[in-house]
Design a protein around this ligand. Structure first.
Ligand code: PAF
Length: 289
């Protein structure tokens, strides 16, 4: 396990001297099969797979969500080892966010650039979690800067995050290939997420309503217009007393702009956020008119 950038740089120099292609899987830990699918994709494409675990405080707009985020580093290390991940970068908070005014802080301020994410960051998660994507782009830039990967892997479950990271990588000309990997689901359809561990038994039992509803929405694009379908999805999920829909957005898959009308053969993405008490789950499916 590499705990700081200095330790990593020594390892990196050896890898680069050997002309190794580096794949990177950034995570916040509490690993599950979804994360492992990213590790396996990297192992299939790259010479070396490096993962990171860092629960990034700046992307949590709700302090209790940050405090309650599941953490189990020892378990995660075992999981990464058995998946064949080559190295883990697990920095401390002071490594990634040094004290203001310190020399270490200057290192970051000199290297981290602001990115104009508009309008990608003003819809969906951006609308309901102010500052979230500033936190994500800051930490992902720092991690990219530290690890210097050739390729980085992100899950399609955080669809908007993936779109934003692609935009940031393009705008900053970072020469990192960003690979999106399919959502991995439980057998009843619930999208894997570290937050699933926070669901009670009763919540977990009914949480599959989210994906079941999205799946049945896919079959209704020819019988409902966009507004009817998104209202139907919200009603259907809200009919389950343990669920409370925060948003349903049917959007252009690239610009994330809301779609007002189906266009034949033009794929759209339907993203939802649902509260189950204080646990917030997100999911998405493609809709093909
Ligand atoms: O998707 C996540 O786990 C996080 O947002 C990421 C990309 C590791 C940044 O903290």
């Amino acid at each position: 396990m590499l705990k700081n950038i200095g330790e990593y740089r020594t390892y990196f120099d050896i890898l680069k001297a050997e002309k190794k292609k580096i794949g990177f899987v950034p995570t916040m830990g509490a690993l599950h099969e979804g994360h492992l699918s990213l590790v396996y994709s990297s192992k299939a494409n790259d010479d070396i797979t490096i993962s990171s675990i860092f629960v990034n405080p700046t992307q949590f707009n709700d302090p209790s969500d940050y405090r309650g985020y599941p953490r189990d580093l020892d378990r995660d290390i075992e999981i990464l080892k058995s998946a064949g991940c080559d190295a883990l970068f697990a920095p401390s908070e002071s490594e990634m966010y040094p004290e203001k005014g310190s020399v270490a802080e200057l290192y970051w301020t000199g290297n981290i650039r602001e990115v104009n994410l508009a309008p990608l960051d003003s819809v969906m998660e951006g609308k309901y979690r102010p500052g979230h994507f500033d936190g994500v782009t800051t930490i992902v830039q720092k991690l990219f800067y530290a690890i210097k990967p050739d390729t980085a892997y992100f899950g399609d479950k955080d669809y908007q995050q993936l779109a934003i990271i692609r935009r940031m990588t393009d705008e900053l000309d970072l020469s990192i290939d960003i690979v999106g990997c399919p959502i991995i689901r439980e057998s009843d359809g619930l999208a894997l997420s570290s937050r699933n561990a926070l669901l009670s038994k009763d919540q977990r039992a009914v949480s599959c309503i989210i994906y079941n509803t999205l799946k049945s929405a896919q079959a209704q694009v020819h019988t409902k217009d966009v507004q009817e379908l998104s209202a139907w999805i919200a009603e259907e999920i809200n009919a389950e007393p343990l669920c409370e829909v925060q948003y349903v957005e049917i959007s252009d898959p690239d610009s994330l702009a809301p779609v007002l009308k189906w266009e034949p053969n033009k794929k759209t993405i339907c993203c939802v956020a649902v509260f189950m008490d204080s646990v917030r789950l997100i999911d998405n499916v493609s809709l093909f008119p």
